[in-house]
Design a protein around this ligand. Structure first.
Ligand code: THU
Length: 128
């Protein structure tokens, strides 16, 4: 699935963000190897630390649907600037696919393409 189509789904997901405290709405669309897409949007809470980012909601939805083969995630935020995924979301994404492609919206028209390894070349791993 190409970046434009996945990003359209991230923009669609963004509409369901619950962000009354920051006003910063984020949507994410995560595609699996078989082409299924799991979407998420941030959900804030009056106890601010309980907020969950769009990316993690998309991952958790996918994993709870039985998926763990993720290929790419598109992230759309209510900003004209390039917004990068937070470190917590990168660590959660890294659990499943080290070379995940990350498509980030820069405003409505431009998409920047990265790999998860660009942002988190070293990450915690539980080696038992
Ligand atoms: N947020 C995300 O959804 N994804 C990120 O990668 C960073 C931040 C959300 C959390 C919060 O609801 C709002 O953006 C402002 O921090």
């Amino acid at each position: 699935m190409n970046a434009e189509i996945l990003m359209q789904q991230a923009w669609q997901a963004q509409k369901n963000a619950y962000a009354p405290y920051s006003g910063f709405k984020v949507g994410a669309a995560l595609v699996t190897g078989s082409g299924l897409v799991y979407c998420g949007a941030n959900v804030e809470n009056s106890s601010l630390g309980l907020t969950v980012c769009a990316e993690r909601i998309a991952v958790f939805k996918g994993v709870n649907a039985g998926e763990n083969d993720f290929k790419a995630i598109a992230v759309a935020a209510s900003s004209n600037d390039l917004i990068y995924p937070c470190g917590a979301c990168l660590q959660v994404l890294a659990e499943f696919t080290s070379g995940l492609k990350i498509y980030l919206a820069e405003g409505k028209k431009h998409i920047c393409c990265f790999s998860l390894n660009d942002f988190l070349p070293f990450r915690f791993s539980l080696n038992r």
